[in-house]
Write a new protein. Structure first.
Length: 411
């Protein structure tokens, strides 16, 4: 056979072989499509916090759970455990939060029932959520975190306040959004770009249980020199595992997650003495006051998170600062903190004051009063009871952007 024909046949065979390999490489085993299990409404509190109603085992009354991607498990409040007479077992396991580390007991093998779904074989760690209950003005019976989230796909719609739960499987995400590919441990850890005096890309905890926009560890701030010098800081306080935590509040120029960039972000800075952020691995926490600006699909099984801007995307952040810490205590809304040199201090508030009315609103709803305190520049007439007598105070809620604009001009 002539060499030319042999070479021609060889080339044809090689071409067919390579095309066969290419076609084989296009074959891919796909998981079955995710199937909707249930869809139901949730309650949203100030800061974007999500409250789910659920029934434990066969107890008749529903309980209030925070949906928290910043929790590595699932938990019950210690008083709820006592009320339901659940069996407790001591362990050597520790849980860590921004305000402390605790050794915890567990209660094992329970079922959690939400509308249209029952989740079985859950082991709850036990914690004290009395402080959270007083902050939100409603009984917090527990937190739903990784132990449940890892089993399903969660679609969170902040426009109509609904959650849809789906089976694990392939999902065709809607148009107009973006898929994050975070690192996953028990917590999702996406990247974010912080910009102020300079721009730094770092990972953050994606935390629907944090009712703030952005939290940075002081170690990250100091080592990175990310903030402009002489920036105005406001003394404040936040609540977390272990109790209250002193923080400072400031503004940063911008923050970007995926392709979405926000400007003038209210940002809290704290001493991470319990290494929640595991610095230098992480810079801080992205909270739900930012995340609520998206409708979100949290897909733990496929380890991705889908963000799509919603109707809240262009709403302003909470730029109000009063320096007033109010809590629901035994049915009364009490002032438990007055920050030094704050608007609340200048207005004459004192620790122990009991709020009776805010601008003629007598609802005694801590959620309503907190919402009123989140309107910057507003002058509020507040009636408090002090030593059994009514006292009227005028509170000018400060807008932290005013000082920020002057700082930007100085640089």
């Amino acid at each position: 056979m002539p060499k030319r024909i042999v070479l021609y046949n060889f080339l044809i065979s090689l071409f067919l072989f390579l095309n066969t390999l290419r076609l084989q490489a296009q074959e891919e085993f796909m998981p079955a499509p995710a199937q909707s299990i249930t869809k139901f409404s949730f309650i949203q509190l100030t800061g974007g916090i999500i409250i789910l109603k659920a029934v434990l085992n066969d107890y008749p009354d529903s309980l209030n759970f925070v949906l928290d991607t910043g929790s590595g498990g699932i938990s019950l409040d210690s008083t709820t455990v006592i009320e339901l007479k659940l069996e407790k077992k001591p362990t050597n396991r520790l849980i860590r939060g921004i305000a402390g580390i605790r050794q915890v007991e567990f209660t094992y093998g329970h079922s959690l029932h939400m509308p249209g779904i029952s989740i079985r074989n859950l082991d709850f760690h036990i914690n004290d959520y009395e402080l959270l209950s007083s902050v939100y003005g409603m009984k917090i019976d527990g937190i739903i975190g990784y132990s449940v989230l890892r089993r399903y796909v969660f679609k969170i719609n902040y426009d109509d306040h609904t959650i849809e739960i789906l089976t694990p499987g392939s999902i065709r995400y809607p148009k107009g959004g973006y898929v994050l590919k975070p690192q996953f441990s028990t917590l999702p850890l996406p990247e974010g770009l912080v910009e102020d005096s300079r721009s730094i890309l770092q990972r953050f905890i994606f935390d629907t249980g944090a009712g703030l926009s952005l939290i940075l560890s002081r170690e990250f701030v100091e080592d990175s020199s990310v903030l402009l010098k002489n920036k105005r800081m406001y003394q404040t306080m936040a609540e977390g595992l272990g109790g209250k935590k002193n923080m400072v509040l400031t503004l940063i120029k911008s923050f970007k997650i995926g392709p979405y960039k926000f400007r003038q972000i209210p940002t809290y800075i704290f001493d991470d003495e319990y290494n929640v952020t595991q610095y230098p691995s992480l810079a801080g926490i992205i909270g739900n006051d930012m995340l609520r600006k998206f409708n979100i699909i949290i897909n733990y099984p496929e380890q991705n998170i889908f963000l799509k801007p919603n109707t809240h995307f262009n709403e302003p952040f909470d730029y109000a600062y009063s320096g007033l810490g109010i809590y629901l205590v035994q049915g009364e809304i009490k002032v438990l903190e007055v920050m030094q040199d704050s608007p609340a201090a200048r207005a004459g508030f004192k620790e122990g004051d009991i709020l009776f009315a805010v601008d003629r609103n007598f609802s005694k709803s801590i959620q309503v009063y907190k919402s009123m305190l989140q309107i910057p520049g507003q002058v509020l007439k507040v009636v408090v009871f002090r030593e059994g007598r009514p006292v009227e105070l005028k509170l000018l809620v400060h807008d932290i952007r005013k000082k920020y604009r002057r700082e930007r001009k100085a640089f």
